[in-house]
Design a protein around this ligand. Structure first.
Ligand code: AKB
Length: 321
């Protein structure tokens, strides 16, 4: 039997820039179809295997793609993030929920038998415990992004219970990477600080210095995604979405850690509308269920993350500071 072909939507996005090359290495480049909407993908994603443009909210367009490549697994990464979602709540709802419904329905109608969908720490709101937020707790988000992620988690769970569809999901923390930059997220300051330090020598952070949220180096996020998808179905006790955790630090702590390694780097804090979003999210989450069910554990601590990010960002922008 030839390997099942995999479709990755959101192919021009932050997670796909790292996930697609890993999947191509694992399963063969020709078996991984990346699909993006309008924005330019990274060169590696576009040139390293099949790439298509698609509107993931269009059932017909997605069906054409799934049938053309005889897709068996979908990583449905297309999403509008929290900051952009607060500025255009209608778009966030339509894209985040509309496209997920398309993917789940399409899976039932075609040969797709496994779906991955990213949720987020944004499912938690101010009513949830702030420290070590449990897997199961009150979900009352105050952003449209969070609302769409709670609804999406319930939809995934419903398709699993009602139709037996093998849908798997992670509540991603803020993901820190260097291959493609997200844009539109609230956790983006933890990436921007590296780019600004290397390119400009100064960063004005859009949240206060004592703002804390769960964060993770992208390699750990990709490992979690691949490991969850490879886990035995009978080991999984959660079909909404798993908490995963790696690091928690304040905006001031990450800026100081970068400043330790970049001479003359200066920074200040001028909060904008994203402060309120960040304030509504937890400081840390409890991922003991993911650890127990499928052996999740992260590898990167803050020091390792700062080292690799500075090395890669310097390489990317040809700087040696
Ligand atoms: C965002 O900031 O919107 C995302 C997330 C934490 O889900 N990176």
């Amino acid at each position: 039997m030839p390997p099942r072909r995999i479709l990755v939507t959101g192919g021009a996005g932050q997670v796909a820039a790292d996930l697609v090359p890993v999947l191509r290495k694992l399963h063969g480049a020709e078996n991984i179809v990346a699909a993006g909407h309008e924005t330019q993908p990274s060169e590696a994603v576009r040139d390293g295997g099949p790439f298509e443009y698609v509107d993931a909210c269009s059932y017909q367009a997605m069906e054409r793609l799934v049938r053309k490549y005889d897709i068996g697994v979908i990583y449905h990464l297309a999403t509008i993030l929290s900051g952009e979602g607060e500025q255009n709540p209608g778009l966030a709802w339509n894209v985040n929920i509309g496209s997920l419904k398309v993917v789940l329905d399409l899976a039932l109608e075609t040969n797709v038998d496994q779906v991955f969908w990213p949720s987020s720490i944004a499912v938690f709101g101010p009513a949830a415990p702030t420290e070590d937020t449990p897997q199961q707790t009150v979900l009352e988000p105050t952003t449209m992004y969070g609302v769409s992620k709670v609804a999406g988690e319930s939809l995934c769970n419903y398709y699993n219970i009602k139709y037996g569809l093998d849908v798997r999901s992670l509540r991603y923390p803020g993901l820190i990477n260097h291959k493609a930059f997200s844009g539109g997220g609230t956790s983006d300051y933890a990436v921007e600080v590296f780019i600004a330090a290397v390119k400009e020598g100064h960063y004005t952070c859009f949240v206060d210095s004592d703002t804390m949220m769960p964060m993770m180096y992208m390699d750990d996020g990709i490992k979690a995604t691949v490991d969850l998808m490879a886990a035995g179905a009978s080991d999984l006790s959660v079909r909404t979405s798993y908490n995963i955790s790696a690091l928690s630090f304040t905006a001031g702590e990450i800026a100081a850690a970068v400043s330790d390694k970049v001479p003359d780097f200066t920074y200040d804090f001028v909060p904008d509308f994203r402060q309120e979003i960040a304030n509504s999210w937890p400081n840390s989450v409890d991922d003991s269920v993911a650890r127990r069910d499928w052996g999740w554990s992260p590898e990167y601590d803050l020091q390792a993350l700062v080292e690799v990010m500075l090395r890669e960002i310097r390489l990317k922008f040809g700087k040696s500071n």
